[in-house]
Write a protein that binds this ligand. Structure first.
Ligand code: PHE
Length: 435
C-alpha cells in the first residue's frame, strides 16, 4: 500500500486540523518534533507511562508472571521504550518497503523517524545482539484499530525466543528436550489441532538444514503447547467434557519461516492469540549471531487474560474502578474469575455525512477521534451505511456509535454533549458535511 497523498490531505486525515498540530510533543519526558505524518493522539500519549504489565496485581501483570514462571531459565525483560524507529520496527525484521503495517492508517507515528512499536519483535535484534539466547520480553504495543469489545489501540505483547548453536550436539539436546516435552503433553484436557511443521507454502529457509529446522519448529510447538497447557489446563472452560481447543495454522511473517499462528476457541469463536516461527537467519545475522538458529513467538496478553479471567470487554484493563482492580489478587498463581459488577445501559447515536472531495477519512481516523472525545465511554463504532452518488461521485457514510460506560450510567445530556463534540470535530478535522 505505497500511496502518495498531498501534504494538506495528510495533515487532515491524521487528525490534526490544519495548523493545529503542535510543533513538538513531550513523550515520556523527552521532546520530539512533529511533522506532516504525525498522527499520535492525546489519548494514546496518555497511555505511554502506564505500563499495565508492571502494575502489581493487575491481571496483565499476573499473566506475565505466570508465563515467566513457566520459563524459569529465560531472561525476563520489560523495560524497553515504546518509541522505536521504523527501521527497528520493520526494516531490521525484513519487512518489505510497501508492507501495510507501515501505513499511517495502521500505526502511530510521532514523526517520520519515530513510531510507537507495533509489536515486541521490534526488539529482537537488540536482545539477540546483547547475547541473550533464551528470553521473554513484555511490553505495551500500539496499533490503530476499530472500537469494539476485543480491540484497543494499546495492548500488551510478550515476545519469547530461544536460539541454539547449529551443531550436532546442540541439535541432539533439542531432540531430547522435544522427547521430554512430548511425554508431558500426552495426557491433558486440551485438544490440539496440529499441522505439518514444514510445507511448500511454509518452507524451510535456504540456509537451514531441513532436519534442524524441523527439530527447532517442533521444539517451538511443544514449548508453546506446554505453555498453553500450563495456562489453561486447570481453568473452567477446559474440562473433560469440554476441553480447551487450540489450533495451529500456517502463517506468514517477514521475520520467520516456517511461521504459524495459534488460535484458542472461546465463546464460539477462534481467537488468534499468538504468532511464531523459526527466526529468519537475516535477523540473527543483523544481531551478529549468524552461527545460531532458533524460534520466536509473540503473544497478546489481553486475549489470553480475557479468556482466563472471563473479562468481557478489553476496555476493563484500563479501568481504575476499585470494583475491577480489587477483584484480582497480587498472587499471580491465583486465577480470578471476574464478576461483572453491573452492565449499565447503552445508548447509540448515528452520524451521517458526505465526505468532502479532497479528504480521505479512514475508519481508524474516526475511531481515534471518538477515543479522544469520549475516552473509554464508547463500546463500539460500526459503519452501518455507505454509498456513492453516481452523478456527483460524492460518498456518504453513516456510523453508529454505541455509548456505554463500564462504571456508571451515562446521562442523556452527557451522551448528547459527547456526540455533538464528535460531530463538530468531524467537521473541523475532516471537512465532512453532516447530513
Ligand atoms: N510480532 C508478531 C505479531 O505481532 C508475532 C510474532 C512474533 C511472529 C515472533 C513470529 C515471531 O503479530
Amino acid at each position: 500500500m505505497a500511496y502518495r497523498v498531498p501534504r494538506l490531505r495528510l495533515a487532515l486525515r491524521r487528525g490534526y486540523a490544519t495548523g493545529a498540530r503542535p510543533s513538538h510533543l513531550e513523550l515520556l519526558g523527552e521532546i520530539h518534533p512533529t511533522d506532516s505524518i504525525t498522527n499520535i493522539t492525546p489519548t494514546i500519549i496518555s497511555k505511554l507511562p502506564l505500563r499495565l504489565h508492571t502494575q502489581l496485581g493487575h491481571p496483565l501483570s499476573s499473566l506475565r508472571a505466570r508465563i515467566e514462571s513457566h520459563f524459569p531459565d529465560y531472561t525476563h525483560l520489560s523495560s524497553f521504550s515504546p518509541l522505536v524507529t521504523p527501521f527497528k520496527n520493520f526494516d531490521e525484521l525484513s519487512f518489505p518497503a510497501d508492507h501495510p503495517g507501515r501505513a499511517v492508517t495502521d500505526s502511530y507515528y510521532v514523526n517520520k523517524d519515530l513510531l510507537l512499536r507495533t509489536h515486541t519483535s521490534a526488539h529482537e535484534v537488540d536482545v539477540f545482539r546483547s547475547g541473550q539466547t533464551k528470553w521473554l520480553l513484555t511490553a505495551d504495543v500500539y496499533r490503530r484499530d476499530e472500537i469494539d469489545g476485543s480491540h484497543y489501540p494499546v495492548f500488551h505483547q510478550m515476545e519469547g525466543a530461544c536460539i541454539f548453536p547449529q551443531d550436532a550436539s546442540a541439535m541432539k539436546a533439542v531432540e531430547e528436550h522435544n522427547a521430554q516435552l512430548s511425554a508431558h503433553l500426552d495426557s491433558s484436557n486440551i485438544v490440539i489441532e496440529d499441522i505439518p511443521h514444514i510445507t511448500a507454502a511454509n518452507p524451510v529457509q535456504p540456509s537451514h538444514d531441513p532436519r534442524h529446522s524441523e527439530l527447532v519448529a517442533m521444539n517451538l510447538k511443544l514449548s508453546l503447547n506446554s505453555l498453553l497447557l500450563h495456562l489453561f489446563g486447570g481453568v473452567s472452560g477446559a474440562t473433560k467434557e469440554e476441553p480447551l481447543r487450540v489450533r495451529w495454522i500456517e502463517a506468514y511473517f517477514p521475520f520467520t519461516s516456517p511461521s504459524y499462528e495459534v488460535e484458542v476457541f472461546f465463546r464460539g469463536e477462534w481467537l488468534e492469540i499468538l504468532g511464531c516461527g523459526v527466526v529468519r537467519q537475516a535477523t540473527l545475522d543483523r544481531a551478529d549471531v549468524p552461527d545460531k538458529m532458533g524460534w520466536a513467538f509473540g503473544l497478546g496478553l489481553e486475549r489470553i487474560a480475557m479468556i482466563l479471567n472471563s473479562i468481557p470487554d478489553i476496555r476493563l484493563f484500563w479501568s481504575k474502578d476499585p470494583r475491577f482492580l480489587s477483584q484480582f489478587s497480587a498472587d499471580p498463581s491465583k486465577i480470578t474469575t471476574f464478576k461483572p459488577y453491573s452492565r449499565y445501559p447503552s445508548c447509540h447515536k448515528d452520524v451521517s455525512f458526505w465526505l468532502s472531495e479532497d479528504t480521505k477519512m479512514h475508519e481508524n481516523d474516526l475511531c481515534d477521534l471518538v477515543r479522544d472525545v469520549t475516552g473509554d465511554l464508547v463500546e463500539d463504532v460500526k459503519m452501518i451505511d455507505t454509498f456513492t452518488n453516481p452523478k456527483s461521485g460524492r460518498t456518504s457514510q453513516c456510523y453508529r456509535i454505541n455509548y456505554r460506560s463500564m462504571d456508571r450510567s451515562l446521562s442523556n445530556d452527557e451522551t448528547n454533549e459527547m456526540h455533538s463534540d464528535v460531530v463538530s470535530r468531524l467537521k473541523d478535522q475532516f471537512g465532512v458535511e453532516i447530513r
